[in-house]
Design a protein around this ligand. Sequence first.
Ligand SMILES: [Fe+2]
Ligand SMILES: [Fe+2]
Length: 298
Amino acid sequence: MQHTIGNLCGKGYAEGMSVSAGTIRILALGDCVGKPGRFALRDGIPYLREHAGVDFVVANVENAAHGFGVNPKLAQQLLDYGIDVMTSGDHIRDRREIDSFLIANERLLKPINYIDMPGPGVCVVDGPGGVRIGIANIIGRTFMDDDCGSPLVWADKAFEMMGDARIKLFDLHGEATSEKVALGWHLDGRASAAWGTHTHVQTADETIRPGGMGYVTDLGFCGGHLSVLGRIKENVIARQLGSSEARLEIADGWPQLDGCIFDVDVVTGKCVHVERVQHKLYADVENEVTAEQTTPEE
Ligand SMILES: [Fe+2]
Ligand SMILES: [Fe+2]
């Protein structure tokens, strides 16, 4: 397997170095897009757990089933790849067969402000060493299809629902950078880390804010990066040139995991280190994605 770590080693974390005592290393991964994204998670998560000391993984899976939502079979498969908690976004509505999985499994979140859908928007689970970790999924309203209320108000509700969880994490699924930045400031001092998803383009503003919260405006996406946001680029270009026939199919080339690492102190719940990840899994996954037969739905 050919793994090339992008930014991960940029700040002194050599391969094989383990997380320092007293902190939990959390890896947050951007939207998983189709089969290339799933295969990249399958191979990349165990690798990063072993070589980068990752202890806990949160991944957004809203585009896992051929770009549109996720179904129960794939949701279970993704958990088996080593994801601790899955978040989602607007595309969770694309396949309502996922409702039964949402009801039965607290480790898949829908946006807390999708009140018409079943399932949790917040969960609290046991992390490494029994540390309680709360995760919330909130959808933005600016430039989104529907208005689900103020994400800041929903964030306050989510924060209350996490109770005494030591570590508190937020996936802010939104289109507008301004909305995500503002929500990030709203949470600083109370949350351990907050990150944006949905745009599929990683931003370079990772930081630890004055209140001790790790933050990045967007994680990027997991999938084929020789593409437009994970879709075949020629088809997207054709559509933008006016064709109504070009379909938004999944692109295979350049499979890559985009995300961010947050090291969180288990006593204070504060973030002590933040680092963007661009983990490339080129040749092997690419060939396998092309060779494996799956249904058009996957
Ligand atoms: Fe997405
Ligand atoms: Fe989205």
